[in-house]
Write a protein that binds this ligand. Structure first.
Ligand code: GLN
Length: 284
C-alpha cells in the first residue's frame, strides 16, 4: 500500500477502529468522532469522502486523540461534551461525566415541581450542572440553587447554563448545604459521591474526579451528611431525592429514617436497579 492509500479516510478509520476495539465498546463510532474532530468536519463528511487523503497535520491531530482514547480516557473528556436530557453539555476533568441513569433524578424532580407555579429547588454537588440544567429547562418558573465544592466544576456548570440561556439557576461554591443554610427549598436533589473508597471500579473511572465518586469506606459518607443537613432547609412536606448505588438501597433508607425522614421510597432506573431514594420532611 502506498503512503497515500495509508492516509485515506476509510483506511485510517479502519485501522483506528481495530485498535480501539481493545478499549472501547463503540470503537468504530469513537474513531469516526475523533477523525471528524481532527479535520473539523461532521461525521457525515467521512462517509461522503472515504477516499480523501489526510494531510500531515490532520493525521497528527488524529493520532494524538487516538492515543488518548487508547489509554482509556473517556470520549466525553476528549471531545469536551456529553449529552444529557438532550442538551449538549460541556464537561472537564473537574466534573463527573453525566450518566443516563441520573435522568431518573430529573424525572422524579419534575413530578414534584408544578408547571405553572413558583418552586424552589436545590441541586447539591451539581458538577457540570447537568441535573439543575435539565430541570431548569423544563420548569422556567422554578428557581434553582446549585452548589458545588469545586470551583473548576462550577465554571463549567455556569458556562453550560449560560450557553443554554437559562436564567433560573444561581450557582454557589461551598460544602453541601453550607452556602444556602438561610434558605428553604421545596425540592432538594443530589447525585453525591457514593462509591466505596476501595471499590475496584474506581480504576476504570480514574479520569473522573475522585471526590465526585468516592465517599468513605461504605460509600455513604456524603449521603450521611445530606440526610442530616437537608432537614433544616426543606419546607414542610418538601422532598429530598438522592441518587445512590443499587446495593445501598437498604442502608440509605435506614439512615434517612434515623434522621427523621418519612415516606421513604425507592425508584429503579431503566436497567431495573434501585437508583434514587425519595424522602419527605413531615410538618413539625
Ligand atoms: N454512577 C456512578 C458510577 O458508578 C457513580 C456516580 C456517583 O458516585 N455519583 O459510575
Amino acid at each position: 500500500m502506498c503512503q497515500e492509500d495509508n492516509r485515506r479516510i476509510d483506511a485510517v478509520l479502519g485501522r483506528a477502529a481495530t485498535k480501539l476495539g481493545e478499549v472501547s465498546d463503540s470503537a468504530r463510532l469513537d474513531a469516526e468522532i475523533l477523525l471528524g474532530l481532527s479535520i473539523d468536519m461532521p461525521r457525515s463528511y467521512l462517509f461522503a469522502h472515504p477516499d480523501d487523503i489526510l494531510d500531515d497535520a490532520a493525521f497528527d491531530r488524529f493520532d494524538a486523540l487516538l492515543q488518548r482514547r487508547l489509554h482509556g480516557e473517556p470520549m466525553a473528556y476528549i471531545v469536551g461534551t456529553r449529552e444529557f436530557w438532550s442538551h449538549e453539555l460541556l464537561v472537564s476533568p473537574a466534573t463527573l461525566i453525566p450518566r443516563p441513569e441520573s435522568e431518573l433524578l430529573v424525572e422524579l424532580a419534575l413530578r414534584e415541581i408544578p408547571r405553572k407555579a413558583e418552586c424552589n429547588l436545590l441541586d447539591l454537588g451539581t458538577g457540570s450542572g447537568a441535573i439543575a440544567i435539565a430541570i431548569a429547562s423544563e420548569r422556567l418558573l422554578c428557581e434553582i440553587c446549585a452548589v458545588d465544592n469545586s470551583p473548576g466544576a462550577l465554571a463549567i456548570a455556569r458556562e453550560n447554563a449560560r450557553q443554554l440561556s437559562l436564567g433560573n439557576i444561581t450557582f454557589f461554591e461551598g460544602s453541601w448545604t453550607q452556602p444556602v443554610r438561610d434558605r428553604k427549598f421545596d425540592v432538594i436533589v443530589a447525585n453525591p459521591p457514593y462509591v466505596r473508597a476501595d471499590d475496584p471500579a474506581l480504576a476504570r473511572l480514574r479520569y473522573e474526579p475522585l471526590e465526585a465518586l468516592a465517599s468513605g469506606q461504605d460509600g455513604l459518607d456524603a449521603i450521611r451528611v445530606l440526610a442530616v443537613e437537608c432537614v433544616d432547609i426543606l419546607s414542610d412536606g418538601g422532598v429530598l431525592l438522592l441518587e445512590h448505588g443499587a446495593e445501598q438501597l437498604d442502608d440509605v433508607a435506614s439512615l434517612l429514617a434515623t434522621s427523621g425522614w418519612t415516606d421513604i421510597c425507592n425508584h429503579r432506573d431503566f436497567s431495573g436497579h434501585p437508583r434514587v431514594t425519595a424522602a419527605r420532611r413531615g410538618g413539625k
